[in-house]
Design a protein around this ligand. Structure first.
Ligand code: XIL
Length: 327
């Protein structure tokens, strides 16, 4: 078989994976497979605000620079994940936002981080996860930025990012958009309304990141819903990136072959829809090997989820075949 980056490249897409400092520092296998399979990497934590600025008087770029230098050395691109995320804001910054209500804090943060990686990042998740249906009437999340600045914070963030990165593509990244349920239906609708409003107002938005954390506990993906969402995003003239693809299983134990096939089938269903759209420019899985998957720490840390293309021993699984043959 061919590498995933080559398979994706043959139809003009980029394949990438989340990549962590832990993978970089502790696993030669993780480094090797990342280099052979990926055209781009997404820092799994390193670029998040709380990691870059643990305290107010000092930035710490050591882990982000280590990951970025790995990408630079080997000619890889990096996805900029992420600037504003409710879970990734340092405590001191939350306090300062509350107290001063000054957008300047966000502006100076963007101006510090964006140019530093301007040579390898051409796509930024400016806002991560701005939707939470229960929070407000409009479906937007009542996060710390909403709380202090109101719904315009989304536009301000885009404009502020645009100032610091005139040439980068600016994205909003979101999850929970793949399944048939009232909740996910509302989430799709909220996202489309938000995008439409931003476009109408001339805000500098270039595209949408669809995280695609698939989840077999929710059944199988809702094809019409996924297709409709991608079509409507495309009709707005926006780009699409699949940013965090993986699969959460609905069982533990059981025949590994059966489980792996279910995971692969779900990925294939999703990919076959996504790749119908020429503006889906990249597909990123949230890791490569189950050994380093964040899903190991979900569900009470049951540690045996098999939702990535390689197993714990870095053997290829049916999910990898599904990706390669979908490209
Ligand atoms: C997760 C990482 O995988 C974890 O290791 C970290 O502790 C928390 O963040 N949606 C996102 C990602 O946008 O940033 C999250 O990544 C997973 C959910």
């Amino acid at each position: 078989g061919v590498s995933l980056q080559l398979a994706a490249g043959s139809i003009n897409r980029m394949y990438g994976s989340a990549f962590s400092e832990k993978m970089l520092k502790t696993s030669s296998k993780a480094r090797a497979v990342t280099l052979s399979q990926c055209a781009s990497i997404t820092p799994e934590w390193s670029l998040k605000w709380d990691n870059l600025a643990p305290n107010p008087d000092r930035h710490d770029f050591s882990t982000a620079d280590a990951v970025a230098n790995f990408a630079r050395t080997h000619g890889k691109r990096m996805r900029g994940h992420t600037l504003l995320w409710h879970q990734g804001v340092p405590k001191w910054a939350n306090a300062m936002l509350q107290e001063t209500r000054e957008w300047d804090l966000v502006r100076s943060y963007f101006n510090t981080v964006i140019p530093r990686y301007g040579d390898i990042i051409d796509e930024w998740d400016v806002i991560n996860e701005p939707i939470e249906i229960g929070d407000r009437g409009d479906g937007l999340r009542q996060n710390q930025f909403m709380h202090v600045f109101g719904p315009d914070y989304i536009e301000w963030a885009l404009w502020t990012a645009r100032d610091a990165a005139p040439k980068a593509r600016l994205y909003i990244n979101e999850y929970g958009l793949e399944y048939f349920s009232p909740e996910e239906g509302q989430r799709r609708l909220t996202l489309l309304r938000l995008l439409e409003r931003l476009k109408n107002r001339g805000a500098p938005i270039d595209g949408v990141g669809l995280q695609a954390h698939l989840d077999l506990r929710k059944g199988t993906i809702y094809r019409e819903g996924v297709y409709g969402l991608m079509r409507d995003i495309s009709d707005l003239g926006l780009g699409i990136s699949i940013t965090e693809l993986d699969v959460r299983e609905n069982e533990t134990g059981g025949e590994v072959e059966v489980r792996d096939q279910k995971v692969a089938d779900e990925v294939r269903r999703y990919m076959d829809i996504a790749l119908q759209f020429p503006n889906v420019g990249s597909v990123t899985t949230w890791g490569l090997s189950d050994r380093f998957s964040w899903l190991r720490y979900k569900d009470g840390g049951r540690r045996d989820n098999r939702g990535l293309p390689y197993d714990e021993e870095w053997r290829r699984k049916p999910m990898r075949t599904a990706l390669e043959s979908a490209f």
